[in-house]
Design a protein around this ligand. Sequence first.
Ligand SMILES: [Zn+2]
Length: 170
Amino acid sequence: MKSPIRYLLLLVSIICLLSSCRNEEDLSDFKLAEEQGNAEVDLSLAGYFQNFETEALKRGIVIDLDALNVSGEFQEISEDGVAGTCTYGSHQPGQIVIDQTFWNQAGFFLREMIVFHELGHCALMLDHREGQNADGTCASIMRSGLEACRDNYQALTRADYLDELFGQSR
Ligand SMILES: [Zn+2]
């Protein structure tokens, strides 16, 4: 018989930094089962969640974040440089937390990049993808931040980055 602690240990927390990003187990992020079932998404995040589904569908991928029960909320993340986290486990839907201070200071594209990065983990179940283009810009918004590539998610590059993101999930 498996002990519940084994399931706890399966919990994976992915913490994404603006400047660096890493995977780590963080049991303190574990939420009680009673929070499952009706995932809440902060109204300020709902439009970004909807855009994620829309952009996926444009590329032939059906994503239903309600059905996946992915939640999204703002908190003050105490760790320096952490813009967002995705936490999920084998018996737990994804929970996305975005740092409130980061959000207040970020523009549309930076906000979308972070939310879509976290949804890449929590909805597409993607890991990080490193690499850079010839000009030093990041090859993927799923970059870990541990390498020296430069973020370049903006109006002119958005479609290509989203092709790359959703292309990974095929
Ligand atoms: Zn990440």
